[in-house]
Write a protein that binds this ligand. Structure first.
Ligand code: FA5
Length: 346
């Protein structure tokens, strides 16, 4: 066996010297190491040897195989190099030219803010929930205490979609806010719970510098025993101060939303003028930020939570408006414009 292998190796080396192209090298590889190659055949024949010879023969064969593989690889490298050199000698190649810069994308400013929002609330023990962007009329309205004939439906101009397959002819809606996630989460998990839910929402809106038809909100909800608006105020002061990296004050104003009672709007102190009054805060020193309030008992009960035992609050704020405040962006329509000059700034 030893002599046979020696012979094969010597022959292979001779063959290697004659090889001039990568294709020829590939043929040689097949001839010796392919499925029916000379060395492979020898490896297969080990099983027919007497037991006492098998070990030595195996070792020897493996050494021979490795040595051949090594030679083939070395030859491949030198052939590749000479192919490249030949090519370069034919072409003029200006090594002083600047290289081609690869264009790498980056995370959109709104997604960046969303990540930060999730991180801060995550640190405060909130889970992040997701909800469908196309939802039933029930979850977008009835499930959160906005019946069909309620005037509050007019607060959010809605895109409706006909669901042909629904025997009840329930209409589907492009959700007008992230509040449907409240009803879905209460139904699924009951109390106590502590969640946020960022996502895209849609309204049939007259567009201007601060109103888009497609924008993003973050819903938040806390339900537990003995929860009050004091917890909401503390949570929002903590969240905004961490997000903006400076002390932020907040204030409540009465506001109406059918799914909370009492309802309120929350403003925070304008960060551009430190509350002194400027164009952005319309010289009030405060920036309107979000709707909120104590979760209406009807919403808790609709999801099977005993409203005499548990209380909670919910809020919903606009992500674009938050980003606008942070970066001094003056027109909300820039976010969806696809204008790279805008997107690349963040
Ligand atoms: C709501 O959507 C309620 N669901 C918020 C809520 C949640 C109240 C939980 C109570 C409890 P509102 O329509 O005000 O409320 O919208 C909330 C925020 O979304 C606004 O403060 C604003 O920041 C943002 N927003 C509303 N409409 C637009 C729009 N067309 N373009 C951009 N941002 C908007």
């Amino acid at each position: 066996m030893k002599q046979e292998l020696q012979k094969i190796l010597e022959q292979a080396k001779k063959d290697l010297k004659k090889v001039k192209t990568l294709d020829e090298l590939k043929d040689l590889d097949v001839k010796y190491l392919g499925r029916k190659g000379l060395l492979t055949e020898k490896l297969r024949s080990i099983k027919d040897l007497p037991n006492e010879e098998k070990k030595d023969a195996g070792q020897l064969l493996n050494q021979t195989k490795k040595s051949l593989e090594h030679d083939l690889e070395a030859r491949a490298k030198s052939l590749e190099k000479s192919v490249l050199e030949a090519q370069l000698s034919k072409e003029f190649f200006d090594t002083t030219l600047p290289g081609e810069t690869k264009k790498i994308g980056h995370i959109h400013v709104l997604a960046q803010i969303q990540e930060e929002v999730e991180k801060i609330f995550g640190q405060m023990g909130y889970a992040v929930m997701d909800g469908p962007e196309i939802d039933s009329e029930y979850y977008n309205f009835e499930g959160i205490n906005i019946p069909a004939d309620h005037p509050a439906r007019d607060m959010q101009d809605t895109f409706f979609i006909k669901d042909k397959h629904d025997p009840d002819h329930q209409r589907l809606v492009l959700r007008t806010h992230t509040s449907p996630v409240q009803a879905r989460t209460i139904e699924k998990y009951g109390a106590p719970l502590r969640i946020i839910s960022p996502g895209r929402v849609f309204r049939n809106e007259a567009l201007d510098a601060s109103h888009e038809h497609t924008f993003h909100q973050t819903e938040g909800m806390l339900i537990d025993k003995n929860i009050s608006l004091g917890h909401l105020k503390g949570t929002m002061i903590e969240f905004l101060s961490r997000l903006f990296n400076k002390d932020v004050e907040v204030r409540f104003r009465p506001g109406y939303f059918p799914f909370v009672e009492p309802g309120l709007e929350l403003d925070f102190s304008c960060l551009l003028c430190q509350g002194k009054g400027c164009r952005v805060c319309k010289h009030t020193g405060w920036v309107e930020f979000m709707g909120a309030g104590m979760t209406h008992p009807n919403v808790l009960e609709a999801g099977g939570i005993d409203s005499t035992e548990y209380t909670g609050w919910a809020f919903g704020f606009g992500m674009e408006r938050l980003a606008m405040m942070r970066y001094g962006i003056t027109d909300i329509r820039l976010f969806n414009s696809g204008d790279l000059r805008f997107i690349r700034q963040f």
